[in-house]
Design a protein around this ligand. Structure first.
Ligand code: FAD
Ligand code: DHB
Length: 389
């Protein structure tokens, strides 16, 4: 078999890239390890930057997002009894869109059904070959058969645990990592959100986040220990802990209900360099991970897709390779700034197990400065709504 591009991974980055390419008449096949139902069942991100929405529009997949997505003009940060509202429109000129990653992925799969394009689900033993030459190919098992696809380029969109990054030799690759000593326990519930904007709350008991998917679907998180298990958290214990960490007026009006999903995510900062090896290009979580505090995971996957798509488009239009040659550097320049912001938000709002009284004073002073300084609010707002591509 032959396709112009092999995309490894049918998550949001792989699907968005496939859809953008298809609209340009560039043929990409997608290889996904899981079933489609499994990919669609994963509850993850919920805050989209305008750049993400613009790309969905360019891919012709934004109609439902524009109808159902909620525009948020700001967010609340609370630290013990102090509250600061960050006004996105005032300080950064644009809102963010609340629309779940599950919905993004569903829209992209439905668009792929409608427009065509081959997707193999439940593939195994995906192996990348010949990336350093001009004739790369990918082998895998599907439906009990060995398959081989020859291509011009391979896009590694297979997430943090994928095979693409590991296919770059250790002698070429450098990984940078910080693992945080806590996780996030997340609950989805069919209840109205406690507030019309997100609340990022830091208290002596740890961090909590009040988010949403729509006006009858709430998403809440509490910081938990890295070793904690979902089984330790009954719904009642979760709601009680959340109430104790958020501002008192929110705690009073929160509507609780049965959880329809509950999971624990570890927190990690990770970047691999470079993001290109010969004819392999890494995109999204395959190349970098952020702790979720700034809502940047999915959004930084989308900026990689943007740079790679521009490079591929120019290559297929007139053989121009500058975009592909500068892909890794352009993507990494933005990734590192997003890493910095996510690390900063995480450091500011979580209680660390080894935190000293001095460390806590630093957090308090940072929040005090933020509440008094329009410049500091602007810096936060600009990062949160998304740095330019
Ligand atoms: P993924 O979504 O990981 O997609 C990669 C795909 O590749 C998967 O479908 C996987 O099955 C497939 N794959 C893996 N290995 C192979 C292989 N060998 N062969 C073929 N296919 C393969 N971000 C936020 O902004 N906010 C959040 O609240 C948030 N919560 C998260 C919670 C969890 C538990 C996790 C893991 C991530 C969360 N993120 C969050 C991050 C965000 O979801 C990711 O940044 C985003 O999914 C990245 O998209 P991606 O397509 O690059 O990778
Ligand atoms: C959500 C997750 C985040 O990490 C974040 O910063 C904001 C919202 C969410 O799942 O809704």
């Amino acid at each position: 078999m032959r396709h112009q591009i092999v995309i490894i991974g049918g998550g949001p980055s792989g699907l968005l890239l496939a859809q953008l390419l298809l609209k340009q008449g560039i043929d990409a096949v997608v290889l996904e390890r899981q079933t489609r139902a499994h990919v669609l069942g994963r509850i993850r991100a919920g805050v989209l930057e305008m750049g993400f929405v613009d790309q969905m529009r360019e891919a012709g997949v934004a109609d439902r997002m524009e109808r159902e997505g909620l525009l948020h003009d700001g967010t609340i940060l609370s630290y013990n009894d102090r509250e600061v509202r960050i006004d996105f429109r005032k300080h950064a000129g644009r809102p963010v869109t609340i629309y779940g990653q599950t919905e993004v992925t569903r829209d992209l799969y439905e668009a792929r059904d409608a427009t065509g394009g081959t997707t193999y689900f439940e593939v195994a033993d995906v192996t990348l070959h010949g990336m350093e030459g001009d004739t790369p190919y990918v082998t895998f098992r599907h439906d009990g058969q060995d398959k081989r696809i020859d291509c011009d380029f391979i896009a590694g969109c297979d997430g943090f645990h994928g095979v693409s990054r590991k296919s770059i030799p250790d002698s070429v690759r450098k990984d940078y990592e910080r693992v945080y000593p806590f996780g996030w326990l997340g609950v989805l519930s069919e209840t109205p959100p406690v507030n019309n904007e997100l609340i990022y709350a830091s208290s002596d008991r740890g961090f909590a986040l009040c988010s949403m998917r729509n006006m009858n679907l709430s998403r809440y998180y509490v910081q938990c220990s890295a070793e904690d298990r979902v089984e330790n958290w009954s719904d009642a214990r979760f709601w009680e802990e959340l109430r104790r960490r958020i501002p008192p007026d929110a705690a009073e009006r929160i509507v609780t209900g049965p959880s329809i999903e509950k999971s624990i995510a570890p927190l990690r900062s990770f970047v691999t360099e470079p993001m290109r090896f010969g004819r392999l290009f890494l995109c999204g979580d395959a190349a970098h991970i952020v702790p979720p505090t700034g809502a940047k995971g999915l959004n930084s996957a989308a900026s990689d897709v943007y740079y790679l798509f521009q490079g591929l488009k120019a290559f297929y239009a007139d053989g121009e390779t500058d975009g592909l040659d500068s892909y890794s550097q352009k993507a990494l320049d933005r990734v590192w700034k997003v890493e910095r912001f996510s690390w900063w938000m995480t450091s500011l709002l979580h209680r660390f197990p080894d935190q000293s009284a001095f460390d806590q004073k630093m957090q308090e002073a940072e929040i005090a400065f933020l509440s008094e300084s329009e410049a500091a609010q602007e810096a936060l707002a600009r990062n949160y709504v998304g740095l330019p591509y």
